[in-house]
Design a protein around this ligand. Structure first.
Ligand code: PLP
Length: 422
C-alpha cells in the first residue's frame, strides 16, 4: 500500500526514495525505467527531451486489479477525457468493454479505434447540435443532460432517419461524501435532477427514441472506500426507483466511476477489495438489476499511475538563499501538476530526479520551475531532492491522466509536448 507520506517536505526525518512508494516503475543503476527504457533512450527514440511517457504494463495492472475485485458482471468503460493520446486509446480497445467520450473529437477517436459504436457513450453538458447529430449518425449512446437536449436529439434524429440512442444522465439527490470532485447532488450543470426524471418518466413518449437506460455519475478522484461504497448503495437504490417508474425496458445502468489515485502527501492507493464486496452484496440485494448491463466508467484510475512527465534541468540559481531548479518543462504542458487544475491549495505531486533515483536528498528544499513568466509555473515547491545538476532529468509521477490535453499548450508559444506509449 503506497503512502505518500514522504512527500511532506517540512520534516527533517530521512526521506525514503520516492520509488519505494511509487513502485509502478523499475529503477536500475540510479535510473528510472519506463517500460524498461531509460529516459535517455526514450529521448533518443522520440528526438525530444520534454515528454510524457506512458507504460502500457501499468495500465494493464490497474485493469487487472479492477477485474480481480469488481464483480465480473459489471463492465468497465474507459473515459477518454483522462488521456486521449491515440495510441493509448487504440491500445485500450481490447482491454476494456467500452468508451465514454465527451466531445465530437473524442467520439471520432473512439470510433476510429475500432471500439464498436454500441459500446460508446457520449456525456457532457451543453452538447452542440453537430455533436448530437454525429452521435445519432454513428449509433452511439447519448447521455442526455437536460430535457431540451432530449427534444433536440429527437428532432435531429428525424434528419438522419435513425433513432437516437438515449440514456438519461441523472443528477442524484445524494452527494459523494469526503474529499474528491463532487459531480452530483444539489444544483449541478450535469444531468437531470432525479426528482424531475422520477416525475417525467412515467408519462414520457418512448416511441420517439431508442431508450438505453441511466447514467448516474456522482464524482471523481475519491480515495475513500467508504465514500464510494456509500455512493454505490445510493446509486443502486436510485436505479431501482428509476426502473420502477420507467414504462419501457431499461437495458443499461452506468453506476458512475470516481476511483481516485494518490497524488499528494498522506494519500494511499484505493483499496478495491471492500468496494467489490459491497458491489457483490448489492447485486444480491437488487437481483432485478442484475438482468441489466451495469457499467463503471473510469478515467484516471486506469491511466494516471502509468504516466510520467519528464523534462531537463537547464539552469540552477539561488535567490536570497532559496534554490530554483529551472527546466524546459512547465505549466503549459502539465497544468494539473502546477496546481491550477481544480486544486484549492497547491500541493506537490510525487517528483524525482530520474537519473539519481537512489541518491539521498539534500536537506535544503528547492523549487522546480518552468520557462513561463508567472509564479504559477511551478513543477515542485519547497521539495527535497537529491543534488540537482544541469542536464538531469526531472520527472513528475502520476501524470498519465489530465496531462497534455488538460494544459494550455499554446500559452507563451513554447513548443508543445510529445507523448509516447511504451
Ligand atoms: C461523465 C464523466 N465520466 C468520467 C469521468 C472521469 O473521471 P476520472 O478520470 O476521475 O475517473 C468524468 C470526469 O470528469 C466525467 O465527468
Amino acid at each position: 500500500m503506497v503512502n505518500l507520506a514522504a512527500g511532506s517536505q517540512t520534516t527533517t526525518k530521512k526521506v525514503a526514495p520516492i520509488h519505494q512508494q511509487m513502485d509502478q516503475f523499475a529503477v536500475q543503476d540510479q535510473q528510472l525505467l519506463i517500460a524498461g527504457f531509460k529516459l535517455d533512450e526514450i529521448a533518443r527514440l522520440i528526438n525530444q527531451d520534454v515528454f510524457y511517457a506512458y507504460d502500457l504494463n501499468v495500465i494493464e495492472k490497474q485493469i487487472e486489479n479492477f477485474k480481480q475485485h469488481i464483480p465480473q458482471s459489471i463492465k468497465l468503460h474507459y473515459a477518454i477525457k483522462a488521456n486521449p493520446y491515440p495510441a493509448l486509446v487504440n491500445a485500450m480497445v481490447t482491454k476494456v468493454d467500452g468508451f465514454d467520450v465527451a466531445s465530437h473529437k473524442e467520439m471520432l477517436l473512439a470510433l476510429q479505434s475500432g471500439m464498436p459504436a454500441s459500446e460508446i457513450s457520449f456525456a457532457g453538458p451543453a452538447k452542440q447540435e453537430v455533436e448530437i447529430t454525429a452521435a445519432i449518425e454513428a449509433g452511439i449512446t447519448l447521455h442526455v443532460e437536460s430535457l431540451t437536449e432530449l427534444e433536440r436529439a429527437i428532432s435531429l434524429s428525424k434528419c438522419t432517419n435513425k433513432q437516437a440512442k438515449i440514456a438519461f444522465r441523472v443528477n442524484p439527490a445524494f452527494e459523494l461524501k469526503g474529499a474528491g470532485m463532487k459531480m452530483g447532488g444539489g444544483p449541478k450543470q450535469f444531468g437531470i435532477d432525479e426528482e424531475i426524471l422520477l416525475d417525467k418518466l412515467p408519462k414520457m413518449d418512448f416511441s420517439q427514441f431508442e431508450f438505453v437506460g441511466f447514467h448516474i455519475f456522482w464524482g471523481s478522484q475519491n480515495l475513500k472506500p467508504d465514500a464510494i461504497m456509500n455512493a454505490h448503495n445510493c446509486t443502486f437504490e436510485l436505479a431501482d426507483r428509476l426502473c420502477a417508474v420507467t414504462p419501457v425496458k431499461v437495458k443499461t445502468i452506468n453506476i458512475g466511476g470516481g476511483f481516485g489515485v494518490p497524488y499528494f502527501a498522506g494519500e494511499t492507493r484505493l483499496n478495491l477489495a471492500p468496494i467489490g464486496e459491497n458491489l457483490s452484496s448489492l447485486l444480491t440485494q437488487y437481483s432485478q438489476l442484475t438482468e441489466l448491463e451495469l457499467v463503471i466508467e473510469l478515467g484516471r484510475y486506469l491511466v494516471a499511475e502509468a504516466g510520467i512527465y519528464a523534462c531537463k534541468v537547464t539552469d540552477i540559481k539561488t535567490s536570497r538563499g532559496h534554490t530554483y531548479i529551472m527546466t524546459n518543462g512547465g505549466l503549459h504542458h502539465h497544468l494539473s501538476n502546477s496546481g491550477n487544475f481544480g486544486q484549492v491549495i497547491r500541493k506537490n505531486y510525487p517528483v524525482a530526479i530520474a537519473n539519481k533515483m537512489n541518491e539521498a536528498v539534500i536537506q535544503e528544499p528547492v523549487s522546480v520551475v518552468g520557462p513561463l513568466c508567472t509564479p504559477l509555473d511551478t513543477l515542485a515547491d519547497k521539495f527535497k531532492l537529491p543534488q540537482a545538476e544541469i542536464g538531469d532529468w526531472f520527472v513528475v509521477y502520476q501524470s498519465g491522466a489530465y496531462g497534455a490535453t488538460a494544459s494550455p499548450q499554446d500559452f507563451l508559444g513554447h513548443p508543445h509536448v510529445t507523448e509516447i506509449l511504451l
